[in-house]
Design a protein around this ligand. Structure first.
Ligand code: NDP
Length: 323
């Protein structure tokens, strides 16, 4: 038997129930992992509320974790019990142990702890996607990034600094601003009001070529207004709610803008892309370029508290559960 958090119905944090379930057995192409750390991501909240639909109910939420292989199923050639692995995007994470397709995990180098891996696989690969693939940022370029002190945000600050990018970070408090600055943000805007006017001032009227917006509903139009002509709006999250009521014409009237809505799952669907992104991420951690900040640790049983904190904007850096 093992303990896991399950959701029977969509709703508030109270729908996250701690349950004891029969131990899973790995099927063909799968492995069984004993999890040592589990990532808590904003996407877990979208799945809990029903903004994103779970494939079935009841379901075990959570997309990210790290631990040790306990058993392997048929046709798994390159992993054996005792190997350390982590994964970025596979539902079923909030559990002491889980099965997962062997081709969705990445072997962990000895210098990456399970806690660090569970705090950076999904968030770090997202930053890799945003800064290297969705738009390959150039040294000297200026970008605008919301929620700069969050899990994704602090890694964006560090990675942007490494790539020579001027990152304007937006945060809700002075304390978060100071943290984002320490992590590499060049400029900080505290609060999301009058964004365009403040960005105009910071850029001497030029505005920015790229905005990375994870807030969604509350900031979508304001973010478009911060772009230079032919700029790129990267809408990659909806922490404030779903974006509705937009028209394609909004892009034309604001200067022939581009809009993309990337999802990490697509970008790492092919195993070579997953392995290459993870290798780059782990390499930058080993070099000291990236330092994964685990701002909050909770027990598995306290998953609801972890999500409440994330929703209430009281967290900084990454949040993990430790079974
Ligand atoms: P964060 O740690 O960044 O937490 C979310 C932050 O968003 C808060 O701390 C807060 O920062 C800010 N925020 C602004 N408005 C709200 C609001 N109304 N409610 C709650 N938070 C708000 O979370 P993650 O690092 O887990 O994720 C960051 C974002 O990236 C999320 O939107 C997530 O969905 C997205 N994401 C997208 C992926 C993709 O593939 N497209 C993959 C991974 C993450 P502040 O107080 O400073 O405003």
């Amino acid at each position: 038997m093992y303990r896991a958090i399950r959701i029977h119905d969509y709703g508030g944090p109270e729908v996250l129930k701690l349950e004891t379930l029969p131990s899973p057995v790995p099927g063909r192409g799968e492995i069984l992992i004993r999890q040592e750390a589990i990532g808590v991501n904003f996407i877990d909240i979208y799945f809990r509320t029903g903004l994103y639909k779970l494939p079935t109910l009841p379901a075990i939420p959570g997309m990210e974790g790290a631990g040790t292989v306990l058993a392997v199923g048929e046709d798994v050639a390159d992993l054996v019990p005792g190997d350390r692995v982590a994964y970025p995007t596979a539902l079923g994470g909030y559990a002491e142990c889980r099965t997962i397709a062997a081709d969705r995990v990445v072997p962990l180098p000895p210098d990456i702890s399970s806690e660090v891996a569970a705090a950076c696989m999904l968030r770090g690969l997202t930053v890799h996607m945003l800064l290297r693939e969705v738009h390959a940022v150039q040294p000297g370029e200026t970008i605008l990034v919301h929620a700069a002190a969050g899990g994704v945000g602090l890694l964006m600050c560090q990675w942007a600094r490494y790539l020579g990018v001027r990152m304007i970070g937006v945060v809700s408090t002075e304390e978060k601003g100071e943290l984002a600055r320490q992590n590499g943000a060049s400029d900080i805007l505290v609060g999301y009001d009058n964004l365009a006017a403040r960005v105009r001032k910071l850029t001497d009227g030029a505005m920015v070529p790229v905005v990375y917006d994870s807030i969604g509903k509350d900031t979508f139009v304001a973010s478009l207004d911060c772009l230079a002509p032919r700029g790129l709006m990267v809408s990659y999250g909806n922490a404030s709610g779903e974006i509705t009521g937009i028209s394609v014409g909004m892009l034309a009237t604001r200067g022939s803008l581009y809009l993309t809505r990337p999802g990490l799952t697509t970008y790492i669907a092919q195993r070579p892309a997953l392995l290459a992104g993870a290798a780059e991420l782990f390499g930058l951690i080993a070099q000291g370029v990236l330092s994964v900040r685990i701002g909050q640790r909770f027990a598995l049983a306290d998953a609801a508290e972890a999500q409440r904190a994330l929703e209430a904007r009281t967290t900084v850096g990454s949040t993990i559960l430790v079974p």
